[in-house]
Design a protein around this ligand. Sequence first.
Ligand code: FAD
Ligand code: NAD
Length: 450
Amino acid sequence: MRIVIIGGVAAGTKAAAKARRVNPNAEIILYQDEANISYSACGMPYVISGVISDPDQIVIRKPQDFIKDNIHVFVRHHVTGIDAQQKSVTVKNLETGTIESVNYDSLILATGARPIIPSVPGIELKGVHTLRSSTDLELFTAELQSQKPKQAVIIGAGYIGLELAESLKALSIQTTIIEKAERILPQFDADMAQLVRDHLLEQGVTLLLNDGLVSIQGENDHVSFVMTESGLSIAADLVIIAIGIKPNVQLTEGAGIELGKSGAIAVNERMETSLSSVFAAGDCCESFSRITGKPFWLPLGDIANLQGRVAGENAAGGNAGFTGMLGTAIFKTFEMNVSMTGLSEKSARDAGYDPVSLIVTQLDRARYFPGGKKIHLKLIADKRDGKILGAQAIGAGAVDKVIDIVATSLLGNLTCGDLENADFAYSPPFSAVLSPVIVAAGALNAKLGS
Ligand code: FAD
Ligand code: NAD
């Protein structure tokens, strides 16, 4: 049996490794159009800030590391088409220009996503960057070294924009963020996103909301300022475009592979596409929410790994099922750790629940123990049965711990009553005697009248 995998960052390499474990005899071929494979894009903001000193550290496995598992990796090879009838792909060697046709028994699409680029005048100027691929990182770091920019404009106050705001401050680059929406972080409820906004302002970031990019102007081919929709002209020697991503689905055209509502590839629980023997995993595909059961596109690295495992197993002849996404995410900007799981209050209402919520603020260790840091936890439950629907935890404290507790409670369909009585680890250096989750669940339970 021959398994062909297209794309070799998170989902593709995980699928290859899993397929090998499930089927020791299968021939496994992976095509990746970049020079690097198996790197952690998640680490890139920290390479830029210098927290990670060597970019090589975010490369998990090199092509040669796959040889011992008998996985044939071809970097700088771009798959240009799929022939569903012949069960073959057309591959172009980007070094030599050679084109060949390769048959498959199972095919896995792990083609990921790419940044959305606005079509504004000046977008092609030097000094304008995106951050997605390993090539993007090389260009970005080269720019920082050669130009030593002093004033940056980031377009988009999402995950990349806010992570990079911190990285740029570490490099003493004054930063303005331009955000099209009236507030930052639309995935979060407004009351929680406000805490992050306040923190950005405290850190000296200039935040322009309800504004957009009209044009980028340059001198000697290099960016020098940007013009905004509201008529502002902002001096900038570095511009970062971070207004979201779109799935790489070009190969589906003509191959008869259906897309979902989000525009990403539709898959079932086995990560099978609409085309027989063809699977998809990671940012290129749309799966489903474990809470609502509805289609959901959540382009995150941990999800790409989980889905890659399922696609790899099934492509190799196994029978695994992906259990859906909770919507758990976390990032950090300056001293603010920002996390969520499940539904926000707004998305719960949109999904037909009757949400009730409250916010508690606590230290992440005993009040008297040195070094405690704040956690603001918003817990959301359904008024009808007290079932937990989601949470958002923001603050300088250990928000990952509380958010993972709530994520686990979503897996178990727990209620506020269950969480109020949970027995969590306690000792002063680690936590308050009652976790913020217990305090919030108890208060929410009382609010529900239970
Ligand atoms: P991709 O990483 O997009 O990889 C797909 C690969 O396939 C690419 O190399 C592409 O060039 C290649 N390819 C596409 N088409 C073809 C073709 N036709 N032929 C050959 N090759 C092809 N997620 C988190 O969960 N936590 C984080 O902290 C986090 N931080 C992030 C920070 C940054 C700056 C970025 C950019 C992303 C971050 N993410 C994070 C998201 C995470 O990196 C992605 O979800 C993950 O990389 C998706 O993996 P993937 O394999 O599905 O796709
Ligand atoms: P994003 O979707 O997180 O944020 C994009 C932001 O740009 C939004 O606030 C949006 O309102 C705004 N925007 C959209 N169009 C605009 C325009 N024309 N002008 C100004 N603002 C505009 O996208 P991103 O920050 O580009 O990140 C891409 C993806 O990378 C994320 O969706 C996420 O999957 C992944 N990522 C994850 C992490 C993490 O999990 N820690 C970190 C970085 C990136």
